[in-house]
Design a protein around this ligand. Structure first.
Ligand code: GDP
Length: 520
């Protein structure tokens, strides 16, 4: 097969959701389709909220690498599927966001009983900003949830995206009958066991007890309404992230997951061309290229090595090949490379655009680095910074260690482990992170790699807003709404909460507050 054929088979995506919406359960079902695990329920470690229990976790544990994400790959039908985990719960961190820079599409899982929740919204915003195609699975239809029409409405108004129901549910909870599969023109009947019954629309007349059910008729009525009043399916819009195809089902039953997955996998995009400093790079070009979206440091001092996660963007990767790190121009051999699977962690011999490989990092890579082969040296677009939410003041416990402290701080910031700020016109260091995990890793690594114990004082959650230099007036700010500068020296305000932010806006209408994370 040619590079182009291989590339066209790749489906690389992440599942985004709020904790407990059913991401793990649905992932397990997908792995079952790929015959990757024999029975569901083996993927997740008890209550850990991570993909676990496998050898891979054992290896991680023994070697002390913190698992903040994983990648699963398996063949399905004619496709090669790569699923990237987006850790939530206490593992939510900037890495969770950065993972979204390495995928070609996203599956958004929503709990039908809850609707859009906080973490879904945050992750959705990143997808929307980057124009990533989003497919929605509304889960837990086996429970009494919100009305489907109301859920559609909520997605459209909260997320500002068009919806197109690919399937439409008939009933929910105890009255759940199944879904109309609008795309394949069939009714998928929920039988209560794992078998899904498919009834083509033109055979429905032979299923009177179904079609005469009041719940069925009500759903049919709703669907007609959606047909008439809703937006038509528009693949072009879907590919731009302006419309999301919506599916209903239950990951636990399981029901509707297969219908969803089959349609999703056909519509989900293959790896797209990417922008670089030398113009657009096509995924099927001969020369290999990729970028690093995540670096996993080994927390065990005996094993200082790290693993860099590379998203392949073009060409063919072969183990032992020579690559050039664009930032430094240095060439070296990629001898140790790994592929990630839920159940094992094997050595990877080759890879194509869309695939994720882990390479051994003797402390030379940075997040966002591009590696290439061939004559042309180029770099992919810089990875965006994601606004932190949690802020802490940081000092060295021992003032005699300020040199190591600064060095460690600088390196960890450069690596993207945390973000650094300073109080305006002071030398006080403030660090910002997306999640608590980043602080744990930071503290640990400062101690083990730089031999500095740090003192962290929480400032709580803050809302950062950048302001134009010329509008800075120190008298307007205090401890509650603290004036600070970022790494580049640009001023920003760390607002105590939403209320403070609104109050400030009302009082100082002329001051421009910039939200780096705004989507419209
Ligand atoms: P995650 O935190 O998003 O990975 O969610 P999990 O997959 O771990 O699911 C959270 C809880 O919801 C678990 O107890 C699941 O058994 C349950 N769950 C997941 N999908 C469904 C579903 O379709 N119906 C019902 N009733 N429960 C579900």
């Amino acid at each position: 097969m040619t590079i182009r054929d291989e590339m066209k088979k790749r489906r690389t995506f992440a599942i985004i959701s709020h904790p407990d919406a059913g991401k793990t359960t649905i992932t397990e079902k997908m792995l079952l389709f790929g015959n990757l695990i024999r029975s569901a329920g083996t993927v997740k470690g008890k209550k850990s909220g991570k993909f676990a229990t496998s050898d891979w976790m054992e290896i991680e544990k023994q070697r002390g690498i913190s698992v903040t994400s994983s990648v699963m790959n398996f063949p399905y039908k004619d496709y090669q599927v790569n699923i990237l985990d987006t850790p939530g719960h206490e593992d939510f961190s900037e890495d969770t966001y950065r993972t979204l820079t390495a995928v070609d599409s996203v599956v958004m899982v929503i709990d039908a009983t809850k609707g859009i929740e906080a973490q879904t919204l945050k992750l959705f915003k990143v997808c929307k900003m980057r124009g990533i195609p989003i497919f929605t699975f509304i889960n837990k239809m086996d429970r009494e949830g919100r009305e489907p029409l109301e859920l559609m409405e909520e997605i459209e108004s909260t997320l500002n995206i068009e919806t197109y129901p690919m399937t439409w549910p008939a009933g929910m909870g105890k009255r759940f009958l199944g879904v109309f599969d609008r795309h394949n023109e069939q009714f998928v009947q929920y039988t209560g066991n794992e078998e899904e019954m498919y009834i083509p629309y033109d055979e429905l007349e032979n299923h009177k007890e179904l079609t005469e059910d009041a719940t069925y008729q009500e759903a049919e009525g709703e669907m007609l309404l959606v047909d008439e009043a809703g937006d038509g399916f528009d693949l072009e819009k879907v590919m731009k992230g302006d419309q999301t195809p919506v599916f209903f089902g239950s990951a636990l039953a399981p029901f509707g997951v297969e219908t969803f997955f089959n349609t999703f996998i056909d519509f989900a995009p293959e790896p797209a061309p990417r922008r670089s400093t030398e113009g657009i790079v096509s995924p099927d070009q001969e020369e290999f290229s990729g970028f690093i979206f995540k670096i996993q440091a080994n927390m065990n001092p005996q094993h200082r090595d790290r693993i860099a996660f590379v998203r392949i963007c073009s060409g063919k990767f072969e183990r032992g090949m020579n690559v050039t790190l664009s930032r430094t121009g240095k060439t070296f051999k990629l001898a140790q490379s790994q592929q990630f699977v839920a159940s094992s962690r094997g050595t990877v011999e080759e890879g194509y655009a869309g695939d994720i490989i882990g390479i051994y990092d003797p402390n030379i890579y940075r997040i966002g680095d591009t590696i290439v082969t061939g004559k042309q040296n180029f770099e992919y677009d810089e990875l965006p910074q994601f606004p932190p939410e949690l802020f802490k003041k940081v000092t060295a416990k021992n003032v005699m260690k300020s040199k190591q402290f600064k060095k460690g701080l600088e390196q960890l910031v450069q690596e993207g482990a945390i973000q650094l700020f300073k109080r305006y016109r002071f030398e006080d260091y403030i660090i910002g992170a997306v999640g608590e995990l980043q602080y744990e890793v930071f503290e640990y690594r400062m101690k083990n790699e730089y031999n500095v114990e740090v003192e962290l004082t929480s400032m709580g959650e803050r809302i950062p807003r950048w302001i134009p230099e010329e509008q800075v007036d120190e008298s307007m700010f205090d401890e509650r709404n603290m004036l600070a500068v970022d790494r580049e020296g640009l001023p920003l305000v760390l607002f105590k909460n939403d209320f403070s932010l609104r109050w400030f806006k009302d009082k100082h209408e002329d001051i421009e507050l910039i939200d780096l994370f705004e989507v419209n």
